[in-house]
Design a protein around this ligand. Sequence first.
Ligand SMILES: *Cc1c(COP(=O)(O)O)cnc(C)c1O
Length: 357
Amino acid sequence: MQRAAPQEFDRVLSSMCTRPHPAARKAAERFFATNPGDPATYQAVAALEEDALSYLGDITGLSAPHGYVTSGGTEANIQAIRAARNHARDDDPNVVAPESIHFSFQKAADVLDVELRIVPVDDDYRANVAAVREAVDERTVLVAGVAGTTEFGRVDPIPELTAVAHDAGALMHVDAAWGGFVLPFTDHEWSFAHAPVDSMTIDPHKYGQAVVPAGGLLFRDKSVVDSLAVDTPYLESASQASLTGTRSGAGVASAAAAMRELWPDGYRDVYERQQANADWLYDELRARGYDAVEPELPLVAASVPDGQFESLRDLGWRISRTASGELRIVCMPHVSRESLRAFLSDLDDLRSGPARN
Ligand SMILES: *Cc1c(COP(=O)(O)O)cnc(C)c1O
């Protein structure tokens, strides 16, 4: 029997994950038999988690970050809501978020039994601040905004949303799972430095070029993360704030290694190259008459007819769509101009050949 091989990355155009940096891969291999969930026993990886946290603080503008390396953005978002709920001690809490919020919020609301109030976005796919203000009330424990939306790469008005949250007595969470490693090189106001944001999700296993699983959850205030802690009788360490128990030392070590290697210059180079790729692809699609959404971050969405979309998938392009049907191309670090040219060339062949529908 042939050994299974993972996919090549040449034709992967819609994933939010990427090829890990060689330093991240090496660190993952060295540390895979460790458990950062038990830091008193596995002290070396626990020290690396402190390093990772401190890099994440530098990247997001927080000088004394509290938090940990999660299994991904989903766990980080669940935990941000759980922390806000525990902190507020409300027995009928709600969370207010724009419709562009990641589907992990649906899971979080379900497992935590918290009401999720979804409000509309504006014409440019950003949270509508007035709608958020209208939706919050005295039982709102958290307002969430997205810095780099999954579908269109948009950044919500974080300072304005933070003011609305705090006026309502709620905490403010920013989901920068995907955007967190490119936003430092833009003019967007998204971080702990731009507003008194309370918590943030930022995933090293996406643009951070760490191996999966490596997400990140950061808090400004220690008392909020402390509201997550439970006692841990059988471990050497006395309490635990993470959702999972045993955790991936490979993820933690690789996150620390990737950030040591790439922050800030390596990440800046990738951002500049991929933003240029996204801008180029947007122009090329528009020149062919496609309705495309201008890329604010390295992500291009465009309306492509179903027949063409399906034919591209048949040709091996790994592509997906937004809920409203647009093709989305995510310019992750592995996406090259050459591969985008090959993609457009296949699209051109489909356009000139016999139509499928
Ligand atoms: C990817 C993503 C998530 C979920 O992260 P996982 O690591 O897949 O669990 C949450 N929010 C946003 C904005 C994302 O892009």
